[in-house]
Ligand binder design. Structure first.
Ligand code: ATP
Length: 320
């Protein structure tokens, strides 16, 4: 393959820039021409492509977001949008695409590949860690570290005021951000969509811990695990204590990527280009048991997300 393109699509995640850099530099290393596509699939439809050189990706490794920008593109879900994207690629003589994004981005990749014969390699870029075929997605580690930073600050103020804090974090239907941050940040209660919880039990545990002399508690709530106002109301009714709510929101999506995410970005980027260089079938790259793997798209979508029950049990033991 002599010409490839790279794009970022869907929600942004720390490490996307580092991964674009890795794709560009690996392509150039192998004497493959590489184009950056602006605003994901929309940029392919509109023909927003720029030829990348080594210096095009200088000074980016430490920056959050994506300098290529990202977008949601409803037109690309339709065959006509995909046709226009394929025509752009053909006009440039581009045979392969590296698409960095989440589940939706990968579905677009499959359509472009199946309907128009373009080879596409997916790189899992999303803070949610909700792609089952890979142990980790790019941006997850950075997001968890951002949550930890927030927990540290919250802990200062909640211990000064003897408060119960409820911190809501992202993750959609996946509780990994809450779970990992909960364990690493020492939250007393970790509420995730994967495990049912009992608010009576939590309230009674808070009451008992107060009697033992513990004056503050932190509850970390994954956004998909329940309604924060209802949870607070239940705790207030049963304990007389009004939890203070913090919703971290999009702060989790930004910031400088961590060491782990930068290294993952580098490894994913190198592997993605090598797959295209060897003209292998469209697939997604991932990491399993600390090894970089390639997984065919049908297996990407049929994989079942494994929740780390043992880490969850750890959170319960340590949160006592
Ligand atoms: P995140 O997990 O961060 O939200 P994502 O990649 O899942 O990222 P989406 O908005 O779901 O984000 O998808 C990105 C883009 O991929 C969509 O705007 C659309 O252009 C394309 N896409 C999504 N689903 C499909 C589909 N079923 N077929 C073709 N293209 C799709």
């Amino acid at each position: 393959m002599k010409k490839i393109a790279v794009l970022t699509s869907g929600g942004d995640a720390p490490g996307m820039n580092a991964c674009i850099r890795a794709v560009v530099r690996t392509a150039l290393y192998y004497n493959i021409d590489v184009y950056g596509v602006e605003r994901g699939w929309a940029g392919l439809i509109d023909g927003n492509l720029t030829r990348m050189e080594t210096r095009s990706v200088s000074g980016l490794i430490h920056k959050g977001g994506t300098f290529l920008k990202t977008a949601r593109c409803p037109e690309f879900v339709e065959l006509e949008g995909q046709r226009r994207a394929a025509e752009t690629l053909a006009a440039y003589g581009i045979e392969g695409v590296v698409a960095i994004g989440g589940d939706g981005t990968f579905r677009g990749a499959v359509d472009l590949s199946n309907n128009f014969g373009v080879k596409v390699v997916g790189v899992p870029g999303t803070i949610d860690n909700d792609l089952a075929y890979t142990d980790y997605t790019l941006g997850f580690d950075s997001a968890v570290n951002t949550v930890l930073w927030a927990m540290n600050n919250l802990r200062d103020t909640m211990t000064s005021h003897d408060r119960v804090s409820l911190l809501e974090v992202m993750g959609r239907r996946c509780g990994d951000i809450a779970l990992y941050a909960g364990v690493a940040g020492g939250a007393e209660y970790v509420l995730v969509p994967e495990v049912p919880y009992d608010l009576d039990e939590i309230a009674s545990s808070i009451r008992k811990s107060r009697m033992r002399g513990k004056t503050s508690n932190m509850i970390i709530l994954a956004e998909g695990a329940g309604n924060r106002e209802e949870i607070c109301a239940a705790i207030r009714d049963k304990t007389g204590i009004d939890p203070k709510v913090t919703v971290l929101g999009h702060i989790q999506r930004g910031g400088s990527p961590t060491m782990s995410d930068r290294i993952l970005a580098g490894k994913f980027g190198v592997k993605a280009v090598e797959v295209l260089r060897e003209e292998k079938d469209s697939c997604a790259v991932g990491i399993r048991n600390n090894k970089i793997v390639t997984v065919p798209f049908p297996d990407v979508f049929s994989a079942e997300k494994r929740f780390d029950k043992s880490l969850y049990e750890t959170s319960k033991i340590l949160g006592l």
